[in-house]
Design a protein around this ligand. Sequence first.
Ligand SMILES: [Zn+2]
Length: 215
Amino acid sequence: MTNIIFIAPPAAGKGTVSKLLQEKYNYNHISTGDLLRSVDKNTDLGKRVQEIMEQGQLVSDELVTELLKEKISTIKGPFILDGYPRNIMQAGILEEMLKELKIDDIMAIYINISQEEAMKRALGRLTCPKCGMSYSKYNEETKPKEDGICDVCKTKLESRGDDNEEAFKVRFETYMKNAQPILDFYKSKNILKEVSENTSEETFKVIEKMIKEVE
Ligand SMILES: [Zn+2]
């Protein structure tokens, strides 16, 4: 299976799609956030990362890259890169790394969603504090059967407080501003695909077709 780089603005449904790919095709889901959180504190690299994070500082691109390289060279099976590259500089670093690791079956997938639609999804997102199920009150297919109550465990659902309209707008626009040069970069390399479906399930189906086509 081909490896995937996801370029997806907030609330584009990347989490759900990644999960489906993991379950059905054994993809390794690699997010830099998880990499940093789960770093092995017994290694030199791990100690350095931990120190920086404890001081509340930002981990440099170089360190993240080292972690990423270590991860990619140890996993079995294809991977999904989630949240990396975040800017054009990281795209260049990644390019070098993949060359070194002799990995050339890679596809960049842009999950294209309008800001309006993304906002509707983000602000309509409800999660169950008990079992973790998530729902969208604006989507007929994924809204809870009973208003505001978890289908699975009947707990009262919560909406995320930080997703207010203005904050979301800034987050979305910042993401897209950094993403545009990355999209251009992968387009020029002829490995960019674009999906713009209405639901995560439909997005998954389209992506499934894409990865099968290049097999
Ligand atoms: Zn629940």
